[in-house]
Design a protein around this ligand. Structure first.
Ligand SMILES: C[S@@+](CC[C@H](N)C(=O)[O-])C[C@H]1O[C@@H](n2cnc3c(N)ncnc32)[C@H](O)[C@@H]1O
Length: 404
């Protein structure tokens, strides 16, 4: 017997078709429908609309229903997007060299935030083992229960003998020594969206519209206005009327708590983004918000809610300011291509194998990781530390701190 398709499942199918992409399966649509019902209820109980940051937080992390919490593949060829550790083990092996330098200096553990499928954890541990510099423990702080399970499976398959060193933790440890890492974690935090109107930042919200969702403007907000006026002061004037962009108001408190946990060692955050003056360029009139569904990037977060990734670029100046205010040192800021080269990725690539097939694969991977028009320039690393004296291996090539 054929069942009639629900109006919401039909809408999801149309949204995917409009993007020229395959429709979500029945199970995925059913989960997305429950998420959408929850979002609509929130909108009703909050007077008709919710702030975009709340929409993004639910769409990504609602327990069991959000993009990162539900069971879809997410990362990798079968998912929606790939990250640097998924492109090549050379990424994590190069990063391991920076970790080894720091573990050699301060000892201790590695703590990875948001470990995705666990590919970086496995490759990094294997390389640290080869360098005879294994950390006491490899801690993973992951907000998604589904991803924790995938991380465990990856580690079990790729580095089973190192699995006993890996511990999943629910909160920040006290007095942490060693290396903290986060690849593409800050870009996955919920952001406020704002529109410049009559010289102020008006928060954008989301309301129900027929089966789906639509944008709306919300009443002014003191925190957002204060943030916007400080931004204008720094930029030397207001942004153009109608300008839309994002404000990540959660990364500051998050970083402050992370640095309160760091007693000695290094926090390395890797992400796409800019120093603030480059982020809020007057000509970047539509911000940086981007969605990923089945390896297709598009700018509309209100479609396919719960089935696609939503992400925004990172304001690295904000990270640096928070770090200094928290009593930590900004030890380096550089582009991914420079960092990996300084850590010896080319030497590692050369040693990867002589046969033509391996060499071709490796050069394609290097191109994606290093070339300025691929990930080499847009992706940056900021190194924040406490009690670190020696210059960092990966930042020796080109230190861009002056641009922050
Ligand atoms: C874009 S994925 C990147 C995954 C992985 N690091 C990689 O490079 O493949 C974002 C990850 O950050 C996690 N995440 C988001 N906010 C987090 C937070 N506040 N603390 C820890 N993990 C977080 C997500 O669950 C997900 O694992």
């Amino acid at each position: 017997m054929a069942f009639a398709e629900s109006p919401y499942a039909a809408l999801l199918r149309t949204q995917a078709k409009d993007l020229s992409l395959p429709p979500p399966g029945e199970d995925a649509s059913a989960v997305a429908m429950r998420l959408a019902e929850g979002l609509r209820q929130r909108m009703v109980s909050e007077g008709g609309a919710i702030r975009f940051a709340e929409f993004m937080e639910q769409a990504l992390y609602a327990p069991g229903l959000g993009y990162y919490s539900a069971g879809s593949a997410k990362l990798g060829a079968a998912g929606d997007f790939v990250t640097a550790p998924e492109i090549s083990p050379l990424f994590s092996r190069s990063l391991a060299r920076q970790c080894a330098q720091m573990l050699g200096a301060v000892g201790g553990d590695v703590l990875e935030f948001g470990a995705g499928r666990g590919i970086m954890a496995a490759d990094l541990l294997l390389e640290l083992e080869a360098l005879e510099c294994l950390p006491g423990a490899y801690l993973i702080l992951e907000v998604s229960a589904d991803l924790r399970e995938r991380q465990r499976n990856t580690l079990m398959a790729n580095a089973p003998h190192l699995l006993p060193r890996v511990r999943w933790i629910d909160g920040l440890p006290q007095g942490f020594r060693g290396v903290m890492l986060g690849n593409e974690v800050v870009d996955a935090m919920p952001v406020e969206l704002f529109k410049v109107q009559y010289g102020d930042a008006v928060p954008l919200g989301v309301r129900p519209e027929r089966e789906g969702f639509a944008w709306c403007e919300l009443a002014g907000d003191e925190d957002l206005s204060r943030w916007y006026w400080a931004l204008c002061e720094e930029l030397g004037g207001p942004l153009p009327e109608g300008y839309v962009s994002e404000a990540n108001l959660v990364q500051g408190p998050w970083l402050t708590s992370v640095l309160a946990s760091l007693e000695a060692g290094l926090l390395l955050l890797i992400d796409y983004g800019f120093p603030r003056r480059e982020y809020y360029l007057p000509e970047r009139r539509a911000g940086t918000l981007m969605c990923h569904y089945r390896h297709h990037a598009h700018p509309d977060p209100l479609v396919l809610a719960g089935l696609q990734d939503i992400t925004a670029h990172v304001d690295f100046t904000a990270l640096a300011e928070t770090a200094v205010a928290a009593g930590a040192d900004v030890l380096g800021f550089t582009a991914q291509g420079q960092f990996l080269t300084a850590c010896g990725i080319l030497e590692l690539a050369q040693a990867a194998g002589e046969d033509v097939r391996t060499q071709l694969e490796v050069s394609a991977q290097l191109k994606r990781l290093l070339m300025p028009h691929e990930m080499g320039e847009l992706f940056k690393l900021i190194a924040i530390g406490k009690g670190v004296e020696e210059p960092l291996l990966g930042f020796a090539g080109n230190d861009l701190r002056r641009r922050l």
